[in-house]
Design a protein. Structure first.
Length: 482
């Protein structure tokens, strides 16, 4: 069924007057048509010969010389016209392409490497598909690699990735098995740029099926490709069944999962509320002995945020912090951004302030300010353009009582410095003075400069500063002038 459907797509690709419209992406890539449509045989195609026993039809010396001459002169238009004439004369698949392997591959590669030339890339694609359908063993792996690399580059400007997936599907259809290492990771990159996960996932599944059934080690997928498949199953289509099938496939093919693999599953299980599955994952992560579990826990937290389970967000962060002996969660800015948006959408500023307070109780005194939960949350507010929310978190922390970590102040003062809001900064420093935080001013100055706040902006905060801080500022400014 799949083979018949794809065969129809390929035939429509080569035809400008097909009865049924082809998929828009491939059709727009090839339009106008390059090859004339061939009559569809009513008889099933004979299986391809083994590459070791493949007998190639002797090349036509005249056409061979003509194409070679055009290629040597970089006259791709004439070389292409000659090749097109030759290909049009091949009436059936049983007639091998009367060109040598070297000439076929050289022509396609030259068509691929012309910079920013979408038309020649279309020609290369059509040539590849034609050769695959007629005489696939003329192709060299390098030619496939060059074409896919060219498509990847063109995706940045044209966002067209369909030909890459169509090519690989055609390779499987004609049992031309190119090692996964040549095309697999390139398709991952193309699918990310173009948003074609489902196309990638279809090819990935077919590749793994063949690898398992025919025990072909060269088709063993890379860990990064498996993780890309998992990521799509967990984040895009949110299918537990598909995600677990990927894990089973990895096990059968001997691809060992890493913390990212488990992290993707953790995200999905958290979104679906599968507590027992999460417990099993946490046990597996411990058994695998990963040295850094931050990826796993950050993805788990992201899943809880997506599901609106803020209680689990808080408990997971605090549990992980406790396991790390207060050395910091090492979450990314993106993760903290998700946490902030989740609390603002589903919770309150009060809950964020409480989370920071609880985290501060567990954090080591020697922790880097930038690694603290308070800094991560307040800095995320600032990066999201929610500076007033950031100050609201600080106000709520003061209202709840207890200490306020330096990381909370640094993020806000950094934002005030960049926006030259010196009056608000001076007021904030005055509040710090009233709380008896003068001993922290020297460290604060170092942190502000580390965060690239201009010394002039920091100097303007001097209104309301303690004598200690003004003295430190004066010394720092003098050293800067020198």
């Amino acid at each position: 069924m799949l083979k018949r459907r794809f065969l129809n797509i390929v035939l429509r690709t080569f035809s400008s007057e097909s009865q049924t419209p082809s998929p828009p992406s491939i059709y727009s890539f090839l339009k106008p048509s390059i090859f004339s449509p061939k009559p569809i045989s009513k008889h099933p195609l004979n299986p391809l010969p083994n590459p070791n026993t493949h007998i190639q039809t002797p090349p036509n010396p005249n056409l061979e010389t003509t194409i070679q001459s055009h290629l040597q002169q970089d006259n791709l238009n004439e070389a292409w016209k000659t090749f097109k004439t030759l290909s049009s004369s091949s009436k059936s698949k049983s007639e091998s392409l009367v060109l040598s392997k070297d000439v076929v591959n050289l022509l396609i590669i030259k068509l691929c490497v012309v910079k920013n030339d979408a038309h020649n890339l279309k020609r290369a694609f059509a040539s590849l598909m034609f050769v695959l359908e007629n005489d696939p063993f003329l192709l060299e792996y390098k030619t496939v690699e060059v074409f896919l690399s060219s498509v990847k580059v063109s995706c940045g400007s044209t966002n067209v990735g369909a030909p890459a997936f169509a090519l690989v599907k055609c390779m499987f259809k004609n049992r031309f098995f190119v090692p996964f290492s040549i095309w697999g990771d390139v398709l991952v990159e193309i699918s990310r740029v173009t948003g074609r996960f489902r196309d990638f996932f279809e090819v990935f599944n077919e590749n793994c099926r063949v690898a398992k059934e025919e025990k072909m080690e060269v088709l063993k997928p890379s860990l990064s490709a498996c993780n890309a498949a998992l990521e799509g199953c967990c984040y895009e289509i949110e299918s537990v069944t598909d995600a677990q099938k990927v894990i089973e496939t990895m096990s059968v093919l001997g691809v060992h999962p890493d913390e990212t693999s488990f992290g993707c599953l953790a995200y999905l299980y958290a979104v679906k509320g599968l507590k027992n599955k999460i417990a099993e994952l946490e046990d597996l992560v411990c058994r695998f002995g990963f040295s850094d579990k931050s990826v796993f826990f950050s993805k788990l937290v992201s899943g809880y945020v997506k599901s609106g389970n803020l209680e689990s967000v808080s408990s997971t962060m605090l549990t992980n912090l406790r396991e790390l002996d207060g050395k910091g969660l090492n979450f990314s800015q993106e993760t903290y951004g998700e946490i902030v948006k989740g609390y603002i959408d589903h919770g309150s500023i009060k809950d964020l302030a409480s989370l920071i307070h609880e985290a501060q109780k567990l954090e080591s005194k020697s922790i880097l300010v930038e690694n603290s939960v308070g800094y991560g949350i307040v800095n995320a507010c600032v990066n999201l353009g929610l500076l007033e929310k950031a100050h609201g978190v600080l106000d709520e922390m003061n209202a709840q009582g207890g200490s306020v970590g330096l990381g909370v102040y640094v993020s806000i003062l950094k934002a005030y410095g960049k926006e030259k809001r010196t009056a608000e900064a001076a007021q904030l420093v005055s509040e710090m003075c009233s709380l008896g935080l003068e001993p922290m001013f020297g460290r604060l100055l170092i942190l502000l400069n580390r965060c690239y706040v201009p010394i002039v902006a920091v100097k303007n905060f001097s209104v309301g500063f303690s004598p200690f801080f003004r003295k430190t500022m004066k010394k720092k400014a003098k050293n800067t002038e020198v």
